[in-house]
Design a binder for this molecule. Structure first.
Ligand SMILES: Cc1cc2nc3c(=O)[nH]c(=O)nc-3n(C[C@H](O)[C@H](O)[C@H](O)COP(=O)(O)O)c2cc1C
Length: 186
């Protein structure tokens, strides 16, 4: 698949077949992230690949936080519950962390980790896999990082990965004119 085909074909996948993902495909995903560019080549990303019980521990943490909220707070967090369900269904969950950095490097390192995540999403598409980039972990990210032994790292996101059991249509995007700002006349 050509790069631009993968960019056009990629979708957020929220339904997965239970079929496990071959270890060499997971390695290919991590390899594509490894090759990503980063500010000052700091390579600030770290990945943890979870399946089975370990994966279930992440969604258990998310659910126990949700259960502590009052009903009004819960109403505003329905997508947290639906995302946890997707995470349970996907055979693989990749936790994505940013290594500790100075205040000055936060933006650079965070966008670098984001770029590496997109490498994974595009490579997943190329390999016939589906992926979902997840930030609903943000409410519990400190607990998750500590529970998995890395309390000093900033959890940036999680990625659900597996064989897609849906083929969603392209989601809407702004037009080019809407995203290119006119440069002021000088
Ligand atoms: C930073 C980021 C965080 C996201 N977090 C979630 C999430 O927690 N749960 C979810 O279902 N989708 C999440 N998504 C997926 C977006 O909803 C999705 O990319 C968007 O609706 C466009 O759909 P598409 O990816 O199929 O083009 C996230 C995407 C990004 C880039």
């Amino acid at each position: 698949m050509q790069l631009r085909e993968a960019i056009a074909a990629r979708r957020s996948i929220r339904k997965y077949f239970p079929q496990p993902v071959e270890p060499e495909k997971i390695e290919a995903l991590i390899e594509s992230a490894r090759l990503c560019q980063s500010g000052h080549n700091r390579q600030p990303w770290r990945f943890m690949v979870l399946t089975g019980e370990q994966k279930a521990e992440v969604t258990a943490i998310m659910r126990s936080y949700y259960d502590l909220l009052n009903s009004q707070q819960q109403a505003g967090m329905s997508s947290n519950v639906s995302t946890a369900r997707v995470m349970d269904e996907a055979p693989v969950l990749i936790l994505v962390f940013r290594i500790p950095c100075s205040e000055d490097d936060i933006v650079s390192d965070t966008v670098s980790v984001g770029a590496a995540i997109e490498h994974i999403c595009l490579t997943a598409t190329d390999l016939g896999l589906g992926a979902l980039w997840i930030r609903q972990t943000r409410f519990t990210e400190k607990f998750i990082a500590a529970s998995f032994g890395y309390p000093d790292m900033q959890m940036i996101s999680a990625l659900a990965v597996g064989y897609p059991a849906e083929a969603p249509a392209a989601r809407p995007r702004l037009g080019v004119q809407e995203i290119v700002l006119p440069a002021p006349e000088k």
